[in-house]
Structure formats: structure tokens, C-alpha cells
Design a protein around this ligand. Structure first.
Ligand code: SF4
Length: 284
């Protein structure tokens, strides 16, 4: 993995269209401090839609494959501090961190860029939402800090509870993510599980998701969630590995209905992601 650092000009990207704006409560901005992903050679790199996006395409060097380089905006916390300080409508800000990479990169243990961004957010109590979307239980390192920011939600991706799939997470990874959600909820940090994309799962999956106590669970599919009607997935390395019909949304729909019978925070695909309720009005 090659790490290159750059000085960026801005860190909050306004959102006008796409899945972050597809629901009733759209995100106003995204925040990504890196292009590329240190987990790109793991299972999820095989179906990751971020590998097809322009920010990676234009940042990489010729010949660099997904998971081989990370381009880091090392001044992200300073840029964030400046952008939040001069924001005219912080109360309306709904930020998704991060749509094109994972904010808990392996190098985060050394760089602490996500942590330093959280320290900037902790200076303000008046934003509407910050969703920290990750697959990495390393997010627990920052749970104390998250608990101090009243608009933070931890988003944890858990695609399945099966650890035996050749194209899915290990059983240990599944268990750590479920535990991370439980611990976040116990600490008072709101949590949203993203079953995204929904992979084949065991009969216990719905129960195990419910037992975490997550306030919201969003289900998504390859065909809907890859932003291209399945075209990106069809041309990804995952398509050659999959031993089931990933075009068939019925396994995801079945999970949705199982969960929906017991939990009123279950949502579907893009409108679900962009559906976290607004914070109650702050009393003057
Ligand atoms: S962690 Fe996220 S961004 Fe990184 S390869 Fe996996 S799906 Fe893509």
C-alpha cells in the first residue's frame, strides 16, 4: 500500500444528487479525507463501487489498482475547522463521512485524521447530523469522543452474519462489528447498521441485528445500491466469485420484512440512507 499525502483545498463537499440525497432527509455534505482504500484487497474491495469513482480514477497513478494506494488529505482537520467556523447554516449541515473510502483506514491508527476531525466537530453542538460510516470496529477507539457530539451517528456495515462465504467477511469480523454496534448503543451513541450490500445470511441474522439495539437498520442490494442498476457490480471481481444470483433482490426484501415486523427504524436502500431524522429543535 503506497501512502501519498496532499494538501487539499476543501474537505466538505456539497451534495446535490446521488444516493446521499435520495431520501426525505438528504445529506448536505460529504467528508472524505482520502482517495483509495487500505481495505481494497479484502473481500469488500471486490464489489466496492468506490473503485469506479472519479475521485480515485484521477488521484491514482497509472497502473495503480484499487487497494494499492491511498492519497491522504493531511490537512483535513484544519480545513474542517475553517469550513465549520465560517459556515452560514451549521444547523442545517448533515454530513456523511465517508462515501468514497472508509474513515477508519488502517493508517488511521497512526494518522488519527478521523479522530482529529471528530475533535473539531466536538467544538460545535449545533449541526444536524454527522454519520460516520465504516466497516472497522476500530471506530470504538473514538467512542468517548463520539459520545460528546450530540449529532453523531455511528454507521456500521454488516452485510451478513455468515463467515463462510468466499466473498464475505470472516466470522470474527462479523462478531466484532455486531459487538461494536452494541457497545456504541450502550455508550449513548446512536447507531445505524447498513446491511449493504445484503449477502446471503443465516436464519438468525434478523434476530442478531435486532439484539444490537441499533436505532436504524438500512438494507441495500447490489442491483439497486451500486448506483448503476447492477452494471458496476456485473463488471466487478465479485461477479466472478458469487455462487448465487446477486441480481435477485428477494433475499434482501425478505430480511427487510423480517426486521420491519419488530423494529420501526428499518429502511430500504438510498431513501433509507438519506432518512435519518432531523434533530429536535434546540431550545433557545
Ligand atoms: S472498506 Fe469500503 S471503501 Fe474500502 S474497499 Fe471496502 S467497501 Fe470499498
Amino acid at each position: 500500500m503506497r501512502i501519498r499525502t496532499i494538501q487539499a483545498k476543501s474537505i466538505l463537499t456539497p451534495q446535490k444528487r446521488g444516493f446521499l440525497t435520495a431520501g426525505e432527509r438528504p445529506y448536505s455534505h460529504s467528508l472524505s479525507w482520502a482517495a483509495g482504500c487500505g481495505y481494497g484487497k479484502l473481500y469488500c474491495g471486490a464489489f466496492c463501487y468506490a473503485r469506479t469513482l472519479p475521485n480515485w480514477y484521477f488521484a491514482r497513478r497509472p497502473g495503480e489498482g484499487w487497494g494499492e494506494a491511498l492519497i491522504v488529505k493531511e490537512n483535513a482537520p484544519e480545513l474542517l475547522a475553517a469550513q465549520l467556523a465560517r459556515a452560514r447554516n451549521r444547523r442545517g449541515m448533515r454530513i456523511f463521512m465517508s462515501p468514497v473510502t472508509d474513515p477508519y483506514q488502517p493508517i488511521e491508527r497512526k494518522l488519527r485524521l478521523t479522530r482529529r476531525c471528530l475533535e473539531v466537530f466536538a467544538r460545535y453542538d449545533d449541526l444536524d447530523l454527522l454519520l460516520i460510516q465504516t466497516r472497522a470496529p476500530d471506530a470504538l477507539d473514538d467512542l468517548d469522543l463520539m459520545a460528546r457530539i450530540p449529532y453523531v451517528w455511528l454507521g456500521m456495515t454488516i452485510e451478513t452474519d455468515r463467515g463462510d462465504l468466499p466473498y464475505g467477511p470472516s466470522q470474527a469480523q462479523v462478531e466484532r462489528r455486531l459487538t461494536a454496534v452494541r457497545q456504541a448503543v450502550e455508550r449513548g451513541v446512536k447507531a445505524q447498521i447498513a446491511v449493504s450490500p445484503c449477502l446471503p445470511y443465516s436464519p438468525d441474522f434478523a434476530r442478531r441485528l435486532l439484539e444490537t439495539g441499533a436505532q436504524r437498520i438500512v438494507i441495500d442490494t447490489f442491483a439497486i445500491g451500486d448506483g448503476s442498476g447492477g452494471r458496476r457490480t456485473g463488471s466487478s471481481p465479485f461477479a466472478a466469485l458469487a455462487d448465487y444470483d446477486w441480481h435477485d433482490d428477494s433475499i434482501a426484501e425478505s430480511l427487510y420484512h423480517q426486521l420491519n415486523a419488530y423494529h420501526d427504524g428499518v429502511a430500504w436502500s438510498g431513501p433509507g440512507f438519506a432518512g435519518i431524522p432531523a434533530r429536535p429543535a434546540i431550545e433557545p
